[in-house]
Design a protein around this ligand. Sequence first.
Ligand code: SAM
Ligand code: SF4
Length: 325
Amino acid sequence: MALFDSLGRTINYLRLSVTDRCNLRCTYCMPEEGIGKVAHGEILSYEELLRIARAAVAIGIDKIRITGGEPLVRKGIIQFLHQLAEIQGLEQLVLTTNGVLLDKMAVDLRSAGVQRLNISLDSLNPATFSHISRCGDLERVLAGIEAARECGFPIKLNMVVMRGVNDHEILDFAAMATTSATTVRFIEYMPAIREHNWQRHVVPGAEILARLAERFTLIPAEQTEMAGPARNFRIPGAPGTLGVITPVSSHFCSECNRIRVTASGLAKGCLFSESLVDLKPYLLRESDQQLALALGKIVDTKPAGHQMSPQECSHQAFSMASIGG
Ligand code: SAM
Ligand code: SF4
């Protein structure tokens, strides 16, 4: 059953956050002291998250991405994923992680039914990685990526490109796609937490592509549903692919197919919109009919787009960790 919003966009994708907590403190995502963590009692139980997932699938969602915070830090996540994977009508169960715990958990994620992983990795240099994540150990993440590869996950890496911080590594990241079956995606830095003078960090997608094209021949790849908002490219003879995601310089709002639910049950139609629906009251009822209607309302009122540009943004500051990126 296809689900459409009021502008005729197909909506089939839910990003479901299971926690706002994280074992890293990426500079672009949250302040050093972390975010004002949602009280434990406010975070939805797995049972509640499952009800939301089922209600979403009942209205036409067929892809769920589990995100956070860092989803792998929440206790019981593997059992929860097993239950999600059993939902009839859910075709894609995927997860985004910083990779820190993957060396221990990749095998269990695979057997729980997670089909694909997006792994965030912003530097191949231990000192730069530790600077960006404020505490991360690059070796551990690289070991996690290998563990995921060994147990059969296709590897997709997401690098947030920041001028003066890690943009000198663009070509090193791209080179990974020439030596292994890795999809490397470059994401424009977004002014989510509204760091002072954030504009200095934005490297527009066009510039990322120009820098890649100086070293590699880029052949536009067919746009599959799995590519999401990325514009993808092949390099002749390379086993991997490259992608560029440009939420700031070139919006993909007209093709946006997603809604979001935070770990405390706030549903949103757009990352940058301030309008949301609190799903908690609907979870107090026994039937999931009202829950499905509330999710349907988020779909119906999904904004046409956001106004962010490389020079300006007007949204309230927020941490991606609280919404799930
Ligand atoms: N902790 C997991 C991770 O880092 O992959 C999942 C949650 S994280 C909020 C989801 C995604 O949002 C990550 O790929 C992260 O790089 C991205 N993200 C967070 N803040 C961002 C920003 N200011 N600009 C661009 N991407 C951002
Ligand atoms: Fe944590 Fe992911 Fe945010 Fe980094 S981007 S602080 S890993 S939630």
